[in-house]
Design a protein around this ligand. Structure first.
Ligand code: 13P
Ligand code: SF4
Length: 359
């Protein structure tokens, strides 16, 4: 029963004390979030994993790529645990290292030697990977002068990249890439798309030469559900509603919204609003429902009337949390996420570039 699970988790947590720290992403369900020592967006959780050096184990309630990142940023002695190994991310799976390498080889055919600098000291292409990607892709970026970004620092990271390269190859999320570059003034015709199934999709030579941001054909299955019609409906039903969407939403949705921002941006916007505000939010339902409960002085609802949880985030069930914690009490580390050093060394380079990048 829920009460039994609760008692087991609380008992294991009490026994382990400071030896374990539980990190939780905003999209986790409430039954998991209530045990987290720290809750945040993917950027904040990466920083937290790096900072919590005293804990022997980091139990990561989130998805696989986040746990990999935590492993690479924590100390070698610390074990990072993902309570359910099936908690992946469908977007992260849309770019694998073989496809990215194939794309890179094609870029070399189009733009020549990708390590050669021009008169301004810029290389032809800088690879930028969204945090929502495997450690291997972060390693690729580290090895090829590139960097990692999250939805909360994508603009700063693209500025970093444009200081060093003429163009950016952005993977896997086409929407975050397009929305961020567009907000920075990059015209849409300078953002061709590359897809493993249909490389370049018939893009002509001139477009390739003019390209500023080469987008990857990836998307988030949760955020692509939001539509402009939902925004129109929300405005019709709620006068003065503030519409905020996550930048993983398609461009027309971001353009139609009042604001767009990472999960942390959404949380802070709601925290700072005067009582009695109305918000229509375009992001994962667990976060939206929690905010609605935590801020009863506002009216907060999800743009999508059909419940849309992230199905992989949802795979972290309290039962798995109880199991990994009780195993730690018995001295056994279950479901450890351990990135091999050959991948982690270059991936850390790309991650550290991101952590050091400033607006
Ligand atoms: P942030 O945590 O960066 O807002 O990203 C949302 C997301 O999709 C995480 O998978
Ligand atoms: Fe991946 Fe989308 Fe789920 Fe985030 S919300 S973990 S991007 S599927």
């Amino acid at each position: 029963s829920d009460a039994e699970l609760d008692a087991r988790i609380m008992a294991a947590k009490a026994t382990l004390g400071d030896k374990v720290v539980i990190l939780g992403h905003f999209y986790q369900r409430d039954e998991v979030i209530k045990y987290a020592d720290f809750v945040g967006d993917s950027f904040q959780l990466a920083n937290a994993a790096k900072a919590k050096q005293d804990a022997e184990a980091i139990v990561f309630c989130g998805v696989h790529f986040m746990a990999e990142t935590a492993d690479m940023l924590s100390t070698p002695e610390q074990a990072v645990i993902l309570p359910n190994l099936a908690a992946g991310c469908s977007m992260a799976d849309m770019a694998d290292i073989e496809s990215v390498e194939a794309c890179w080889a094609q870029l070399e055919e189009v733009y020549g030697d990708l390590t050669a600098t021009d008169a301004e000291g810029k290389v032809p292409v800088i690879p930028v990977t969204y945090m929502n990607s495997s450690a291997a892709l972060k390693g690729f970026c580290g090895e090829h002068g590139g960097i990692v970004c999250t939805s909360s620092n994508a603009k700063t990271v693209l500025q970093w990249a444009f200081q060093r390269g003429r163009r950016v190859l952005f993977f896997p999320d086409q929407h975050l890439g397009r929305n961020t570059a567009k907000a920075m003034g990059v015209p849409l015709e300078q953002m061709p798309m590359w897809s493993p199934r249909k490389p370049w999709g018939g893009t002509d030579e001139k477009t390739l030469q003019d390209a500023r941001v080469i987008l990857w054909h990836g998307f988030c299955s949760v955020h692509r559900r939001f539509t402009v019609a939902q925004i129109e409906q929300a405005r019709l039903n709620h006068q003065g509603v503030r519409v905020i969407v996550h930048p993983e939403c398609p461009m027309p949705v971001v353009d139609a919204a009042d604001e767009s921002g990472s999960t942390d941006y959404i949380v802070k916007a709601i925290q700072a609003a005067p009582a009695g505000s109305t918000f229509a939010i375009g992001t994962e339902i667990n976060l939206v429902n929690r905010l609605a409960a935590e801020y009863p002085q506002h009216t907060i609802f999800c743009l999508d009337p059909v419940i849309c949880p992230c199905s992989t985030m949802y795979r972290i069930h309290p039962g798995y949390l109880a199991w990994v914690l009780e195993s730690l009490v018995e001295g056994t580390v279950q479901n450890q996420i351990s990135v091999p050093e050959s991948t982690a060394v270059p991936a850390r380079v790309a991650l550290e570039r991101m952590l050091a990048a400033r607006p």
